[in-house]
Design a protein around this ligand. Structure first.
Ligand SMILES: [Zn+2]
Length: 374
């Protein structure tokens, strides 16, 4: 009860601040949306500089989305320390991050529909609501969202998103930047198909470190807007590839800013994952794969018959069975799905002359003395 009263008070304060800002913008003649543009009902494919979609429409051949919707969840407030993200503005200090983000984004593009939730998703009550919006908050109300993006800075919030998405079977993308701000990663998680966040516990959990000890008052994590920008760019690029169906969508892509190293990999889910819904999704995925029609590749060997072979020419393979057997060297242990393209021929031991170096037992001094006498 006390918590909800406090939240209502915060909300009233936010609304008052928002109203004051809106009034000052209107007084300055900003008009609708604070100097922004009016909504566009339909995207125009016209390639003119006055069309805000002309650059996107150039990608039309790839298939472009006609409508967007963003649901934003966050409980933080904008602080002056956040200005280095180059997204929030000083006058937004004190506003909730979701509200400030909505203002900025709506001003840039009023055609996008936003729904913002200024709360902590890790509390029981909010978690229920969060789950509900994921499963019903799609563009068409009642339908699930296409994708959930995680851009959070703590383990607890990631685990909460993981729990929700495993239960709902919701595909999501996780992203993060290290505390020293020089490395980051993005990860695509398809419940049951790829490793979930709980399948491979990160260091914080594996080493059993209390996360609260990592975030101490006055001791703040570093933040480089450039690293953030690169990771955010990689994340959104992967989102576009996933939603618009082009290119190869990365399951995991790391970024090491010190060496400019971008490791990629994909991880299978852990059958012993702590999350029971992850294990359930794995079973369902297996069933789904088993039900798919198997594509059998039938290779018909064509026998070459020469009806009219007046010169008696015979086709003989240049490589005998024996030679083929000998050429198949040791096959390395490879992960599933990868096979060798060719093998290294085995060494023909009898053809290699044996070279032996006899140890004469002479010391270096003796050898030097011999050479001088030569
Ligand atoms: Zn898992």
């Amino acid at each position: 009860m006390a918590e909800s009263v406090e939240r209502l008070q915060q909300r009233v304060e936010e609304l008052e601040r928002e109203l004051a800002q809106e009034r000052s913008r209107r007084a300055l003649g900003g008009g609708d949306g604070g100097g922004g543009r009016a909504r566009i009902e339909k995207m125009s494919p016209e390639v003119v500089d006055s069309n805000p979609y002309s650059r996107l429409m150039a990608l039309k051949r790839m298939g472009i989305v006609s409508d967007y919707e963003l649901l934003l969840f966050d409980y933080d407030k904008v602080e002056l320390a956040n200005m280095n993200r180059l997204f929030f503005q000083p006058h937004q200090a004190g506003l909730s991050k979701v509200q400030a983000a909505e203002h900025t984004l709506r001003n840039i593009n009023p055609d996008v529909l936003f729904e913002v939730h200024n709360y902590n998703i890790t509390t029981v009550e909010n978690f229920e609501h969060f789950m509900n919006r994921i499963s019903n908050g799609g563009l068409e109300e009642g339908k699930p969202v296409d994708l959930v993006l995680s851009c959070v800075d703590n383990f607890e919030a990631r685990m909460t998103i993981n729990t929700a998405c495993n239960e709902l079977g919701q595909t999501w993308m996780e992203s993060g930047v290290s505390e020293n701000a020089v490395s980051g990663h993005i990860q695509l998680i398809i419940p049951g198909e790829s490793a979930c966040f709980a399948c491979a516990p990160p260091l914080v959990v594996a080493a059993n470190i209390d996360e609260k000890t990592l975030k101490r008052e006055g001791v703040c994590a570093a933040s480089l807007p450039t690293t953030m920008g690169v990771v955010a760019g990689i994340l959104v690029q992967n989102v576009l590839k996933f939603l618009l169906n082009f290119g190869t969508v990365s399951f995991y892509l790391g970024y090491n800013a010190m060496q400019d190293f971008f490791p990629t990999m994909s991880m299978k889910p852990n059958p012993q994952c702590d999350d029971r819904n992850c294990r359930k999704q794995q079973e369902e995925y297996k069933k789904k794969v088993a039900a798919l029609p198997t594509q059998e590749v039938v290779q018909e060997e064509e026998e070459i018959i020469h009806d009219d072979n007046e010169w008696g020419i015979e086709l003989v393979s240049e490589v005998s069975e024996e030679e083929l057997k000998n050429s198949s060297g040791p096959i390395p242990d490879l992960p599933e799905g990868i096979t060798v393209a060719y093998t290294v021929p085995q060494k023909q031991e009898d053809s290699v002359p044996e070279v032996t170096v006899e140890d004469s037992g002479e010391s270096l001094e003796d050898l030097m003395a011999k050479m001088k006498n030569m």
